[in-house]
Ligand binder design. Sequence first.
Ligand code: ATP
Ligand code: PMV
Length: 448
Amino acid sequence: MADKVVTAVSAPGKMLLAGGYVVLDRAYTGLVFALSARINVLAQEIPTSEGVHLTEIVVESPQFLEAQWRYGYHLAEEDGGIKVTQLQVGTRITANPFVESTLNYVLTYMTRTSKRFHKRILKSARLTILADNDYYSHHTSSPTSSAPSIGTGRFARFPVTLSDAHKTGLGSSAALVTALTAALLTHFLIFDLNSEDGKHLLHNLAQAAHCAAQGKVGSGFDVAAAVYGSCNYRRFSPSVLSKLPEAGKPGFATKLEDVVHGMNGIQWDTMIGKADVGLPQGVAVRMCDVDCGSQTVGMVKKVLAWRAQNPEAAEKLWGELQHFNEALEDILKAGKTEDISKAIRAIRILVKEMGDESDVPIEPDSQTELLDALEEVEGVYGGVVPGAGGYDALALLVKDDEETAQRVEQFLDSWSKEKGGRVSLLGVKGEMEGIRMEDLTVYDGWVR
Ligand SMILES: Nc1ncnc2c1ncn2[C@@H]1O[C@H](COP(=O)(O)OP(=O)(O)OP(=O)(O)O)[C@@H](O)[C@H]1O
Ligand SMILES: C[C@@](O)(CCOP(=O)(O)O)CC(=O)O
């Protein structure tokens, strides 16, 4: 009889307050905050009747419609590792590349670990994903985007499929890959998530799986935040992952172990500055959802193309941005609340210049207008377009009290009415902690 042990972990979302684009080059760094919105993953065996052997992995997101992905798996030839194959559920088959990549990577890694470290044998598993409500917009402006959510609990039910849900851009895929990886590692292996070594290994494995699913485009700051929480982030050299074969292809398993353990010529050079990041007492990081999407990949390509064509101007701009980004980090760490507004304004001027030069709406005029107006609201120290920028989100540094939150909400309400569209203050706040084990009581009603 299968046991009923359930392991629960959660990983935070991310917000890149400073360092968008420059952080893609490891000569520069980013200031990333972890968010109180978390992706939770529960791992357990699937109970079977006596004599029945199941070798199936079921992953589900019970908050969404048609969100179940079932996989069989096999050992691929020529050291290709474990490869999963999606099984059909009902009449439709919808791929989830982030889930699939994570299973390929983690199951392969598990076959490479000494049996001494195995807590239980992997035959079947049910993995349940629960995302905090702020990852998705809860209102709709068109019948085809997200519909209002149901329920008032910590995890809302959405009457739509995941692909119809409207993301708020908090890094759901990175938090999901990291939490799924951690849940599998801690459920099936003797693995300490709280140790530095455990975090390092989790980071390497999750970066590799996320990068493969994403098509190797990002700097990896989102996975770093999911593991380590808020930090100053310097990316790893792209060469760390560039020689890893595709999952299932010859040599994948051995190479993956080298990558995860940083051995046989693989040297991780990621730098995580936890001690560099702080917030003045009484200051909170908040986010606004502006109901409108941006095409991050297209924007990144265009900015990098401009940089390649204008190396001298770009070098100067990147260097200045790094200088002012570090200044903001220092001000926040030193608790100098009175200097925040000025530091943010200096960054915004340079970000606007980056956008103008490369002809990319990094801080579009509509966001400039809104940020300028928000600065006038009592208790708001300043705000930026986080990450890649664009039309869909704002990050604010505000006085951490209810009155300020109410003033901001009222302001955004009247702004939305006046300008059309919908801008809202999300419930999330910046927080320091990364991956963590969770107590099962949090998931009452959701564990099967
Ligand atoms: N609750 C969930 N359950 C299952 N899969 C999810 C869930 N949330 C996100 N995903 C996976 O992550 C993908 C979204 O990843 P994507 O990188 O596009 O968004 P994001 O990480 O939230 O965005 P951003 O990088 O802009 O913050 C989904 O298509 C799905 O594969
Ligand atoms: C443009 C970039 O520097 C930041 C993208 O951030 P976001 O996905 O918009 O939060 C890309 C990256 O670092 O992966």
